[in-house]
Ligand binder design. Sequence first.
Ligand SMILES: [Zn+2]
Length: 155
Amino acid sequence: MTEKEQLQVEAIKNGTVIDHIPAGQALNILKHFHILDNNDRITVGFNLPSKANGHKDLIKVENVRFTEEQANQLSIFAPNATVNIIEDYKVVNKRNIDLPESVTAVFKCPNSNCITNVEKTAVTNFKVINKNGKIQLKCRFCEKVFNKEIVTDNI
Ligand SMILES: [Zn+2]
């Protein structure tokens, strides 16, 4: 890690840093995970230089610790993201994320006839299918299968 990258990661005292997000996906993540709904201080970097991918986005959320489940759900948007838990300016937990088996209460079902859209209180749940690297999401309620972009773009 270069000195510059270290500064980007360690600039908050306590919280979560999501690094190595594909450029352009940070806004999607902020919306779907309702990160902006709280009063936590959030810093977002767009199009930061990245050795691996050319450009990347980065999100820092103060005073919020992402659970392992939340971290794994990020991989729908950012398969190579790293989630760093920060305590007292130090990274206390750095993990690579794995594709989850399912995603609960993050995405709306694109099927307008789906019970989750008819009864607004129903909590959505999608089974995650990895078809040779192509990610599909299957709604547990209407059982329709969608390419992940259709689900993630449906806000
Ligand atoms: Zn559905």
